[in-house]
Ligand binder design. Structure first.
Ligand code: 5AD
Ligand code: SF4
Length: 452
């Protein structure tokens, strides 16, 4: 590669999960600290970071077409860094397959981007997929400006080894960030404008502090930050839903009544083949306990259809479970064989046509469940955290405590928590009517500016 002038502008494109969104924000902050500015809308950036996802096939293939699209008409291209889980999984292979790429950096190594950029400027390509002992978090600049709803990664990696999943390989073993670091980062997020924090982790409820306390301890401490109004967490594993965390849903008002608890399938033979280490029944028992602690909790989950060997009768157990739970919202996917995972080489891979048909049936059931949940919310009065302007003049969009999108019109500003009556339900959102704004906490003495 030829030497190039140091980049003046960057663009970070994140794909996949919320943890990637968080990493993307942190990379942007790091580039900003290096004096590289975000490219403005429509402007070509000197440096493009593709922050990739490897969880399913399409996501990985997309990276290569995205790289191709970055080529300019005159044959040149910006400096390209491939980050995220595809970078971790494919490493050198990306270098071989995509000569336009000058940096490949894994999710645990992106704090080293500045050094890699310096090398790229001199015409050298580099790959860093280390999982170093020193943590990237210590090397990243402090959080400065965020929206009203912010992410905070508290835990990374997974030790569960579900047989279909690449995460234990791309994100490595479970690690929990230290309690004090998290409280400090949360306070910075609040000072930077956050009123809601979503704690993130591949297995967020496996988070433990140095003394072995669970996530509820972190939630409790965060709840004592005055200007922080809401706390959420995602994604959880059924086996890590401890009594303490369940009790937090009863005892801590700021912990929102929403739980994303993937089950993946409703049939025990399939769950065993997936190495989920819970049964449909034990999952339902966890939900019973959570509902007893917080009766209005909204439930969410992930599903995979067409896992190798899944029969039509076994798939029907998934539909039955959906019926029993009454989910508020869900994600559902066709099984995608991931190289290197045990399921990829299992016998009886299910035909794509069969998967398509099952996904359609499942999604119809999940959509109906979501609509029923939304309809049952009509008539409730709740707080909505205003996140952005709506399509129409004077319209605002925000989230209910149950993570539903709510739109309403009237006097509000981004970052406000307003009382809203829910008056009409659609499948994906609700219409609300302003019932009167709750007084905003005096943020000025905390140095907080609520973004307009
Ligand atoms: N194929 C399809 N879906 C998958 N997921 C994880 N691995 C695969 C795969 N190989 C889904 C699971 C998980 C979500 C993040 O992605 O449902 O909970
Ligand atoms: Fe993947 Fe299973 Fe770990 Fe979730 S719990 S990240 S599905 S291996």
């Amino acid at each position: 590669m030829k030497p190039t002038p140091p980049p003046r502008t960057y663009r970070v494109k994140s794909f996949g999960c919320q943890m990637n969104v968080y990493d993307g924000e942190r990379m942007a902050e790091l580039l900003g600290q290096q004096g590289i500015q975000p490219a403005s809308e429509g402007e070509e950036a000197d440096l493009v970071v593709l922050n990739t996802c490897h969880i399913r096939e399409k996501a990985a293939e997309k990276v290569y077409s995205d790289i191709g699209r970055l080529r300019r008409e005159d044959g040149t291209a910006p400096l390209i860094a491939v980050a995220g889980c595809v970078a971790q999984a494919e490493g050198e292979e990306i270098m071989a397959r995509a000569p336009a790429v000058s940096m490949v950096v894994g999710p645990q190594a992106y704090h080293r981007l500045p050094g890699m950029i310096a090398e790229a400027v001199e015409g050298r390509r580099s790959v860093d997929t280390d999982m170093p002992a020193e943590t990237k978090f210590d090397a990243l600049p402090a959080r400065r400006k965020v929206g009203p709803s912010a992410f905070l990664t508290v835990q990374e990696g997974c030790d569960k080894f579900c047989t279909y999943c690449v995460v234990p390989y791309t994100r490595g073993a479970e690690i929990s960030r230290p309690f004090n670091d998290l409280i400090e980062e949360a306070k910075k997020l609040v000072d930077a404008g956050a009123r809601e924090i979503t704690l993130l982790g591949q297995n967020v409820n496996a988070w433990r502090d140095e003394a072995g306390h669970g996530l509820e301890k972190l939630v409790e401490e965060l709840a004592s930050i005055d200007a922080l109004a809401r706390i959420r967490y995602t994604t959880s594993h059924p086996n890590d839903m401890t009594e303490g965390l369940i009790a937090a849903h009863r005892d801590i008002d700021k912990l929102m009544p929403f739980l994303h608890l993937p089950v993946q399938a409703g049939n025990d033979r399939v769950l065993k083949a997936m190495n989920r280490s819970h049964s449909a029944d034990s999952y339902l028992r966890v939900l019973d306990k959570v509902r007893a602690a917080r009766p209005d909790i909204a439930l969410s989950g992930d599903f995979i259809v067409g896992f190798p060997g899944e029969t039509d009768a076994e798939f029907k157990d998934t539909l039955r479970l959906v019926e029993l739970v009454g989910y508020a919202q869900c994600f559902s996917f066709k099984y995608s064989p991931r190289p290197g995972t045990p399921a990829a080489t299992m016998a009886d891979q299910v035909a794509v046509g069969v998967m398509d048909e099952r996904l359609q049936r499942l999604q119809a059931a999940l959509n109906a469940s979501q609509l029923a949940f939304n309809r049952a919310s009509v008539g409730k009065r709740c707080q909505v955290l205003v996140e952005r302007r709506g399509k129409y003049d004077g319209q605002w969009l925000g989230k209910s405590p149950w993570l539903q999108s709510v739109h309403f019109s009237g006097d509000a500003a981004i970052g406000d928590l307003v009382e809203v009556d829910l008056v009409e339900a659609g499948g994906n959102s609700l219409a609300g009517r302003l019932a009167g704004a709750s007084p905003r906490p005096d943020l000025t003495d905390r140095g907080v500016r609520v973004a307009q």
